[in-house]
Design a protein around this ligand. Structure first.
Ligand SMILES: [Cu+2]
Length: 172
């Protein structure tokens, strides 16, 4: 676990340098064994599902989850290649994108959490996002609980009836 966290922190550091979480992680790194008490960052690139429409195949971007040291979970998404002006739902899903390409569903805490989303306030929804004229949509959310290990992907949905999953990012 500690090795994995340090690895993630190094990636964030190298790519951005400015994230507060990277600063925190580097301090934890200096502290050695205390690294296990730092923030845990998982992230990944968004890729269209094969079942998405031809125009949706150009969707890209990224998603990031930060499990903070003080027990919160922050999820942010940056989505490109969307239809300008359209709104899209986005949720943290249980399991990988490969799982969610077939079945799969939302990640649930199993009990309400502070600032949780969904009908039972036990989910994490970085959307909905509305695409700007350039087809870019940004979203984020913070809930007051630490997501479990099965909170492993972020799915983007087009509005309308299922099947409506169009893109997904594996959080690793
Ligand atoms: Cu979803």
């Amino acid at each position: 676990m500690g090795t994995r966290q340090v690895g993630s922190a190094r990636v964030v550091l190298r790519r951005t340098g400015l994230f507060a979480v990277a600063a925190g992680a580097s301090l934890a790194l200096l502290a050695g064994p205390a690294a296990s008490s730092g923030a845990q960052v998982t992230r990944g690139e968004l890729h269209p599902f094969s079942a998405a429409t031809a125009s949706e195949q150009s969707i890209g971007g990224r998603a990031q989850m930060v499990r903070t040291a003080d027990g919160k979970t922050k999820v942010s998404i940056h989505v490109t290649g969307l239809a300008p002006g359209q709104s899209y739902d986005s949720h943290v899903h249980a399991g990988s994108c490969a799982v969610n390409a077939g079945g799969g569903g939302h990640y649930f805490f199993g009990a309400p959490v502070p600032d949780g989303d969904g009908p039972l306030a036990d989910e994490i929804w970085p959307g909905p996002v509305t695409a700007n004229r350039g087809g870019v949509g940004n979203g984020n959310t913070i809930v007051g609980a630490t997501a479990g290990p099965t909170a492993a992907s972020v799915v983007i949905h087009r509005s309308g009836p299922a099947p409506n999953k169009i893109a997904c990012a594996d959080l690793t």
